[in-house]
Design a protein around this ligand. Structure first.
Ligand code: NAD
Length: 256
């Protein structure tokens, strides 16, 4: 049996992925604020350390896969703490256990929002590993009314982090593919508020056009993650795979 640690298993995409993995016989170690095998708050350094320590204890120091699904989409600096630092700390903390497995795999969740306008100082501080500086720059962005740019900043920084580390001796050199799935709009509790009124929904449809099959169910995104962390994926790394009904292709156009 493969042992796979998944964050965000109490809801949405993480929950769907945990279901798919368990159904194919994998052992899932779920991490979330509550209703999980490991209950920990990934927004704080203490919570991340607790999560890493608990997972390492449960897997005996050898882990076949890690998928970081936990995330938030508020217009606050919590997005930076959870979506960037919570994800990268979890992956870095569990990396040695991945390196000890025969066919280790890792994946994270980006977003089509990672292609939207970001706060450059926040992205830079994230990539420099300076959490408090990133949060301070984020607080200033909130004060000037740019809070909605923090989620895109967290996801853009995450995609750039992935591109940087995936080819290093610590990841590629240890045989660990590391990729992201970037969804458009997925029907989970996170996106519920977007459907609160007709105006919001129209704004969202303009921002994230999904000509192919519309909004996605969480299982669709989970299927892509499942393949990325399967033994079949021996050579794909550093990719941000858009599972977004054509949103990225519509917005960025034909130039690749
Ligand atoms: P969701 O709200 O249904 O699930 C997120 C899970 O993360 C929850 O169970 C929550 O408790 C957990 N979580 C949040 N903060 C945490 C913390 N500090 N510590 C531990 N766990 C925490 O959302 P979802 O739609 O399943 O989102 C999953 C991922 O997909 C997120 O990274 C999100 O940014 C991304 N995403 C979602 C959409 C969408 O439309 N739903 C679109 C693009 C990307």
């Amino acid at each position: 049996t493969r042992k796979i640690a998944v964050s965000g298993t109490a809801s949405g995409i993480g929950k769907a992925l945990a279901g798919l993995l368990r159904a194919q016989g994998d052992e899932v170690i779920g991490i979330d604020l509550k209703d999980a095998d490991v209950c920990a708050d990934l927004s704080t350094p203490e919570g991340r350390a607790l999560a890493v320590e608990s997972v390492l204890g449960m897997c005996g120091g050898v882990l076949d896969g890690v998928v970081a699904c936990a995330g938030v989409s508020t217009f606050t600096t919590l997005t930076v703490r959870v979506n960037y630092f919570g994800v990268t700390a979890l992956l870095e903390g569990l990396r040695p256990a991945l390196a000890a497995a025969p066919a280790p795999r890792a994946a994270v969740i980006g977003s089509i929002s990672g292609t939207k306008p970001a706060v450059p100082e926040v992205v830079r501080a994230c990539l420099d590993g300076l959490e408090e500086e990133a949060v301070e720059s984020g607080e200033r962005a909130v004060e000037r009314g740019d809070g909605r740019k923090l989620y895109p900043s967290s996801k853009s920084a995450l995609a750039q982090w992935l591109r940087r580390v995936c080819v290093t001796p610590e990841w590629a050199g240890c045989g660990i593919p590391l990729n992201a799935v970037a969804p458009g709009v997925v029907l989970t509790p996170m996106s519920d508020p977007l459907f609160a009124d007709e105006e919001m929904r129209k704004a969202m449809d303009a921002a994230v056009p999904m000509p192919l099959n519309g909004y996605a169910e969480p299982e669709v995104v989970a299927e892509a993650l499942r393949w990325l962390v399967s033994p079949a994926n021996s050579h794909m790394t550093g990719q941000v795979v858009y599972v977004d009904g054509g949103a990225e292709a519509t917005l960025r156009g034909p130039d690749v």
